[in-house]
Structures are given as structure tokens and as C-alpha cells.
Design a protein around this ligand. Structure first.
Ligand SMILES: *Cc1c(COP(=O)(O)O)cnc(C)c1O
Length: 445
């Protein structure tokens, strides 16, 4: 009887109505390219139209048809405390009452800078911007201004936002949709972006040898999230750091995803490595549009109006965004047990999934760094772009759809990380493991 009732429960879930989402998507397709304002939101690669979200709270999302989902996207990273966290909501509401933007200096921006500098020792000075993309594009302009060199090194499959220089062998949506090199990026710009293989320090060394005194910066996701989760091999980041130092190349650690995520102090704390310039985003805004770049005083003093490297922003340091970010970072800083809980929950989900893999002998590989993780549909050890690409994306698509129908909201792409939040409950995790077993059996039947 037990099995029968569970079966019925699933079939009811599977009949979930998404007709209003479909209607809204059809209308959006006529007015918005691809019907979405960021490509990763489309469910194109999993053969379905996206669900439109109406509201969220804690670990849950509700779509416009009233379906409930346990959310592992977390707005692609920011919602580490869960959705609609009461203290963040209250701070933003209060800030809004005092005015939504002044285009002038505020005390909140100082408070934010103090918070970031107190959490990340490599950030002595910081400039607030409005997105991760702005942070990374400003960071490489700064590196070029500081070194007087033009070229940068990035890793294949890493995503650093959508600025021209980074859309070369890019990860995330660019990888999902098979457009890692975007048209519209001039040859002159792409010639200045060199690509190395993640977790392969020799590939970095070769590029440096072939371009002596030409490389301004190396930018890396310290734990890759944008070709699925790929942690660095032991010692890799330290070796890259040393190569950069020896060749007077600035090491830009792009912590837009990993900052305040893999540890309070980000990947730099977790792997004991230090950046020349750090880029931040996602969690730092508590769900509002924020980015930041910061680093050594000597380098950051190049930024206008302290120095000649120009970078500006009408809405930078926006009062609502600062209010949300301050509340977020203060909460994370004052309660270190959050990271212990995230680790415990994430490892429980990983172990539960591993047990399914072993029980049914499934050709799957899991990668995890703290509360970032990916289930790859390949037996290979996934350590870089090439090995990530061995994943069976068709089977992933079946798995994704089966999970969605069981009320589990995953990123609609094999090449994205999943995120645990502090709001996920034991019951959420049990339900997810149960749904994963049923969904995986469908994908491999
Ligand atoms: C999301 C992301 C970006 C881009 O941030 P946006 O706010 O989407 O512009 C840059 N780098 C990394 C590592 C990211 O994960």
C-alpha cells in the first residue's frame, strides 16, 4: 500500500497545471527576446517553457499557477538565507521610505565598505557597482590601467558576466546554448583574451611563456559554478597565485558566486589564497542588483576620482541595495553556524544522492564545494570544460523535467551549480532525495 500511495502522490504532482505560465511565456516571446530577460531563465535546453514565479519564501517558490517548488536555484546564488528573509525585507522597506536613490554619497556605502573589508582581508578598498558583470569588466580595465598591458587570461568554461572580453569560451548560458563565443565581440577584443584549462597550471604557464610582459591579469572562478560546480584541485589556486606574482600579472579572483557562499570570506578563505583584485556580486546584494570590486589600496587608488581609470554609475551604492546587502552580510558575519549548517545539509543531500547512484549503478558524478554542487550525467571525473562537456544533456533534461514535476526546482541546465540555503529544512532534503531517486530511474529507464 505504501508504494501505491507514493505513486499516486507523484502522479498528482505530475499533473500540475502550468497553463498560466505557458500563456505568459507565449505573450513574452513577442516582446522580450526568447521571452526572458536572461538566457539562463529559459527552459529551452530542457525542452519546456519556463514557469513564471509569483512569490517566494524560505526554501520555497510558488509559480503563477500556484505550484510549490523546493528551490535549489536561489536566484542563481544570492538567496543564501532563503527567500524573503524577514530582516532583509524590513531593512529594504525602511530604506525605501527614506528615498530610493540620491546619486550622492551615503553613510550606508561606508558601512558596506567596512563590512566587506572586515570579511575579506585582500580587499583594502572597494568600489560598489550594480552587477557582477560591471564588477569584472571594471576589474580588467583596472588591471590593464595598472600594468600597462592588454591581454588577460581566463579559463575555458568560466563565466565572468557578459562583457565582450569574457564571451570567449564562456560558461553558464553561453555554454548551455552552444554559443561560448558570441558574435558582436570584435576580433581585436577576442585576441586579447587568452584561454587556459581549469585545474591545469601548465596551460597557464604556457600562455605566459608565449606572451611575455603582455598579460595584465588572470581572472578565475576559484570554484567554478558556471560549467556546473568544479572545485579547484589541491594546490591549483596557490600555483596560479605564484605564477601571477612571479610574472607581475594581477590575479583577479571572481568571487561573484563564491563570495560569502563557500565560506564567509569566500574561496580565498577556504583555499587560503589571496587576490590582487576581488570581484563580488550575488549574495552581496541580498537579492538586489549589486556588484563590487576591490583589492589592494595601491591598485584601487587608480580608480577615478582617486586616479585616472574611469568607472562610474548613476545607481551605484543604491540605498535599497546597500540596506539589503548590509543586513545580509551582517547576518552572515554574526552567525558563523550558518556555514556549518549549510555544509551539513549539503553533505546530507550529496550522501543521499550518492547512495542512489551506487544502489542503481548509475553513470553519474557529483561535485560539491560547501553549499554549491552539481550532479553531472557522466561517469568521468569532472575537472574542466572538456570533462564537463562529456555529460549526457539529454538525460539531464529528462531528470530536470521529472524533478520539476515532483516540485523540485533545479537550474534548467547541466552546466550550472545548485545552491543550498539556510532555509532548507530536513524535510526538504528528504523529499529531494526521494524525488531524485524516482527521477533518475526515469532518466535511465
Ligand atoms: C553571475 C556571475 C557573474 C555575473 O554577474 P551578473 O550579476 O549576472 O552580471 C560574474 N562572475 C561569476 C563567477 C558569476 O557567477
Amino acid at each position: 500500500m505504501e508504494t501505491v500511495s507514493q505513486f499516486l502522490y507523484i502522479e498528482i504532482k505530475k499533473m500540475a497545471n502550468t497553463s498560466r505560465s505557458q500563456l505568459l511565456f507565449e505573450k513574452s516571446l513577442k516582446l522580450v527576446p526568447g521571452g526572458v530577460n536572461s538566457p539562463v531563465r529559459a527552459f529551452k535546453s530542457v525542452g519546456r517553457s519556463p514557469v513564471f514565479i509569483q512569490r517566494a519564501r524560505g526554501s520555497k517558490l510558488w509559480d503563477v499557477d500556484g505550484n510549490e517548488y523546493i528551490d535549489y536555484v536561489g536566484s542563481w546564488g544570492p538567496m543564501i538565507l532563503g527567500h524573503a528573509h524577514p530582516r532583509i525585507v524590513e531593512r529594504v522597506q525602511k530604506a525605501a521610505g527614506d528615498g530610493t536613490s540620491f546619486g550622492a554619497a551615503t553613510e550606508r556605502e561606508l558601512e558596506m565598505a567596512e563590512l566587506i573589508a572586515s570579511i575579506m582581508p585582500s580587499v583594502e578598498m572597494v568600489r560598489m557597482v550594480n552587477s557582477g558583470t560591471e564588477a569584472t569588466m571594471s576589474a580588467i580595465r583596472l588591471a590593464r590601467a595598472y600594468t600597462g598591458r592588454n591581454k588577460i587570461i581566463k579559463f575555458e568554461g568560466c563565466y565572468h558576466g557578459h562583457a565582450d572580453s569574457f564571451l570567449i569560451k564562456a560558461g553558464s548560458g553561453a555554454m548551455t546554448f552552444g554559443i561560448p563565443d558570441s558574435p558582436g565581440v570584435t576580433q581585436a577584443i577576442s585576441a586579447d583574451t587568452l584561454t587556459a584549462r581549469f585545474n591545469d597550471v601548465n596551460s597557464v604557464e604556457t600562455l605566459i611563456e608565449n606572451h611575455p610582459n603582455e598579460i595584465a591579469a588572470l581572472i578565475a572562478e576559484p570554484v567554478v559554478g558556471n560549467m556546473g560546480c568544479i572545485p579547484p584541485k589541491k594546490g591549483f589556486l596557490g600555483e596560479v597565485r605564484e605564477l601571477c606574482t612571479r610574472n607581475e600579472i594581477l590575479f583577479i579572483i571572481d568571487e561573484v558566486m563564491t563570495g560569502f557562499r563557500v565560506a564567509l570570506g569566500g574561496a580565498q578563505q577556504l583555499y587560503n589564497v589571496s587576490a590582487d583584485i576581488t570581484t563580488l556580486g550575488k549574495i552581496i546584494g541580498g537579492g538586489l542588483p549589486v556588484g563590487a570590486y576591490g583589492g589592494k589600496k595601491e591598485i584601487m587608488s587608480m580608480v577615478a576620482p582617486a586616479g585616472p581609470m574611469y568607472q562610474a554609475g548613476t545607481l551605484s551604492g543604491n540605498p535599497l541595495a546597500m540596506a539589503a546587502g548590509i543586513e545580509m552580510l551582517t547576518t552572515l558575519k554574526n552567525d558563523p553556524s550558518i556555514y556549518a549548517r549549510l555544509e551539513e545539509k549539503s553533505s546530507r543531500l550529496e550522501e543521499g544522492t550518492q547512495a542512489i547512484i551506487e544502489k542503481h549503478h548509475l553513470p553519474l558524478t557529483q561535485n560539491r564545494a560547501g553549499s554549491m554542487f552539481t550532479l553531472f550525467f557522466t561517469e568521468k571525473n569532472v575537472v574542466d570544460y572538456e570533462t564537463a562537456k562529456t555529460s549526457d544533456t539529454k538525460k539531464f533534461a529528462v531528470y530536470f523535467n521529472e524533478m520539476l514535476d515532483r516540485g523540485i526546482y533545479l537550474a534548467p541546465s547541466q552546466f550550472e551549480a545548485a545552491f543550498m540555503s539556510d532555509a532548507h529544512t530536513d524535510e526538504d532534503i528528504e523529499r529531494t532525495i526521494d524525488a531524485a531517486e524516482r527521477s533518475l530511474l526515469k532518466a535511465f529507464q
